[in-house]
Design a protein around this ligand. Structure first.
Ligand SMILES: Cc1cc2nc3c(=O)[nH]c(=O)nc-3n(C[C@H](O)[C@H](O)[C@H](O)COP(=O)(O)O)c2cc1C
Length: 251
């Protein structure tokens, strides 16, 4: 093999080793923060796929409640289903000796969101319940949010700063009969790192706008409608009030 071919082969071999190419993408500068000095930020993370349906409407009410307080508060809503991102990559970049970070270092579409949350003053997360848990997108997001908080030295959970948190769930189940684990083990991480969250649940939601169009015989549309008429406005009000309380507490 001549010298030129040798150099070319080595260069190609190095490029093929993913761990060596990671640092180029992992450690970009954080986004500049241009917001007004006294302005507080509430981040809303929508973990549901449907725009304007139950979860999105509940989150919208949280935003309206927060803005109703009339303080210098900005509300930023992020729709996870619009983003292309991964769960925790187990790259361990957040736990490197001397460079440990409690914000995820992996670079993708979630990176600026996680950096904004680290600086935020309040965090709201909302998800429909799918098969008893939050959606896959929400869970994937939570891995990236929470793994950097976890110390493998003493198992403490430390976020860059504490902040009030609201957790929204919407589901078909009723208060008496439901299979929701909610945010599951992530709720402990959130409580330990950020503070005890406020939970707001909308039960027995209206899943489709027109039940007659779908194979949904297991549900009585009439009972669904009756439940919605009796509870939905109240659920939206609970979301509004939670947003208002959050804004009042951070102002
Ligand atoms: C894939 C899938 C799985 C679901 N699993 C559950 C469940 O386990 N328990 C439940 O109570 N509701 C379940 N639901 C109903 C949704 O949680 C409920 O309709 C929710 O309010 C939908 O939120 P959205 O209107 O924001 O999309 C499921 C819905 C879908 C599409």
């Amino acid at each position: 093999m001549n010298r030129r071919q040798f150099v070319k082969d080595v260069a190609m071999a190095v490029a093929a080793i993913p761990v060596l190419s990671w640092p180029l993408t992992l450690f970009a500068d954080p986004q500049p923060n241009n917001k007004h000095k006294n302005m507080k930020t509430i981040m809303i993370i929508d973990g549901g796929p449907r725009r304007n349906m139950n979860t999105a409407q509940m989150l919208q009410k949280v935003a309206e409640g927060a803005l109703s307080v009339g303080k210098e508060i900005e509300v930023k809503t992020v729709r996870l289903y619009d983003l292309d991102y991964k769960g925790c990559m187990s790259c361990m970049a957040c736990k490197i000796k001397g460079k440990a970070s409690n914000v995820c270092k992996f670079k993708d579409a979630l990176t600026p969101i996680l950096e904004e949350i680290a600086q935020a003053d309040g965090l709201v997360m909302g998800s429909p319940i799918y098969f008893g848990d939050v959606t896959g997108q929400m869970r994937t997001f939570l891995e990236r949010l929470a793994f950097p908080w976890l110390s493998y030295n003493d198992y403490s959970m430390t976020a860059p700063k504490k902040m009030p948190v609201i957790l929204i769930e919407t589901m078909n189940g009723t208060p008496e009969r439901n299979n929701s684990n909610g945010y599951g083990s992530m709720k402990y991480c959130i409580s330990a790192a950020l503070g005890e969250p406020e939970r707001v649940v909308a039960y027995n939601t209206y899943q489709v706008k027109d039940y007659s169009r779908f194979e949904l015989a297991g549900f009585s549309e009439e009972m669904k409608r009756q439940y919605r008429d009796e509870h939905w406005e109240e659920d939206l009000q609970k979301a509004f009030d939670a947003g208002k309380r959050m804004a009042e507490s951070i102002g």
